[in-house]
Design a protein around this ligand. Structure first.
Ligand SMILES: Cc1ncc(COP(=O)(O)O)c(C=O)c1O
Length: 392
């Protein structure tokens, strides 16, 4: 499985150190921890890599999204625009704040289409949440322009793309704030973990307090004496995950280089077939976790998937992906046209996602691992060639 594939002696040492010192919690105990704060080091490393002024580590990517939206003051009566092609956590985070999710459509890169998002803006819109899916960036430049014109913040859901970039800048560090996930399915994992990046001091303060029961963190006091800013929750990350996070970020560049090399090799080997690789707003920044081709029609996608499968590699048709496509989420559909804390939700019926369906029903995908043998890579190449022959 991605992430744990690269675990080795470094992770064992990092965890052993935390356990031997018996200092597994991030806050407090200042007088007995010899100045060692692993979660803080993890945050410092993320700041150094991305250039963000602030980084807040927390328990997972979902908690990061909720905390970001809470920090921005999203609540009942508000609407938040996002993508129907995402993990359900994006929608759950909006609902957890008492706000209404409003779904735009995706473009051919499979990111939220800024034109469709702009059309959905109302007086109630409190945030725009483009999602960087399956390795590649949503088109952030137009989102940032829309953000300035309407005065609505962009929260980048970059949970799937740690280390990915857009025009030279790290995903998650471009909007008002952005979220990363380190869950077990991600290329870099700490078991469960999340991180929020922002340059905004005031937003950082609010998020920092919210994620830990309102505590105004200070090393000058022990926890019981710290001041409070409002009410919050407990999304604190432990030192065990912080220690793993430091190692994960140390390994980030080499890991991405490896997986990108594999993807390039496959794409170069199949280019003569005429198959169309998923277009991207910035191919250089792709984290290469997914290999996706866009077929000319849904029928061609079915033929490709069948032939590639027979040749040894499973390629799923993304419109059938129940994890990442809102069309399949019954619980969301049932919320459609009902009141969410006094505001009427739009319909979430499949017909409202026609443009997204048109893209995803032509898109075929297989995941790439970090460590792949020559044999595995050659099998994928053969499968793509068979798929292309059967469908183009
Ligand atoms: C796009 C997206 N957003 C949010 C999340 C939530 O992250 P986590 O699993 O760390 O809560 C995920 C995780 O799969 C995701 O893919």
């Amino acid at each position: 499985m991605a992430g744990t594939e690269i675990f080795g002696i470094e992770e064992i040492k990092a965890l052993t150190d935390v356990i031997e010192r018996k200092m597994i919690h991030r806050y407090g105990s200042h007088s007995v921890r010899n100045g060692i704060y692993r979660v803080e080091e993890f945050e410092e490393k993320a700041k150094k890599i991305t250039g963000s002024k602030h980084a807040l580590a927390l328990t997972n990517g979902t908690a990061a999204l909720i905390t970001a939206l809470k920090g921005l003051g999203v609540g009942p009566g508000d609407e938040v625009i996002t993508s129907p092609f995402t993990f359900i956590a994006t929608i759950e985070a909006i609902v957890a704040c008492g706000a209404v999710p409003v779904l735009g459509e995706i473009d051919e890169t499979l990111g939220l289409d800024p034109v469709s998002a702009e059309k959905l803006i109302t007086k109630k819109t409190k945030a725009l949440v483009p999602v960087h899916m399956f390795g590649a960036a949503a088109d952030l430049d137009p989102f940032m322009e829309i953000s300035i014109i309407y005065g609505i913040p962009v929260v980048e859901d970059a949970c799937e793309v740690v280390g990915g970039t857009y025009k030279g800048r790290y995903l998650g560090s471009i909007g008002k704030c952005g979220t990363w996930s380190f869950d077990p399915n991600k290329t870099l994992t700490v078991g469960e973990g999340g991180l929020i990046l922002t340059d905004d001091e005031d937003l950082y303060f609010k998020m920092d307090c919210y994620h830990d029961h309102g505590h105004i963190h200070s090393k000058a006091h022990d926890r019981g004496e710290e001041g409070k800013f409002g009410l919050g929750v407990n999304y604190r990350l432990s030192e065990l995950q912080g220690a793993l996070g430091i190692v994960a970020l140390d390994k980030m560049d080499a890991t991405l280089e490896k997986i990108r090399k594999t993807k390039k090799r496959i794409i170069n080997s199949v280019k003569d077939t005429g198959i169309k690789v998923r277009p991207m707003h910035d191919p250089e920044g792709d984290t290469a976790s997914h290999l996706i081709f866009m077929l000319p029609s849904p029928e061609a996608a079915v033929n490709f998937s069948r032939a590639a499968g027979e040749a040894g590699t499973g390629f799923s048709i993304i419109s059938q992906n129940t994890w990442h496509y809102a069309k399949h989420w019954k619980a969301l559909e049932e919320m459609g046209e009902k009141d969410i804390f006094g505001t009427k939700a739009p319909s979430y019926a499949a017909e409202t996602m026609a443009a997204t369906e048109a893209m995803l029903s032509r898109a075929v995908m297989t995941g790439l691992n970090i460590n792949m043998s020559d044999g595995e890579i050659e099998r994928i190449i053969r499968s793509v060639k068979c798929g292309a022959k059967a469908s183009l």
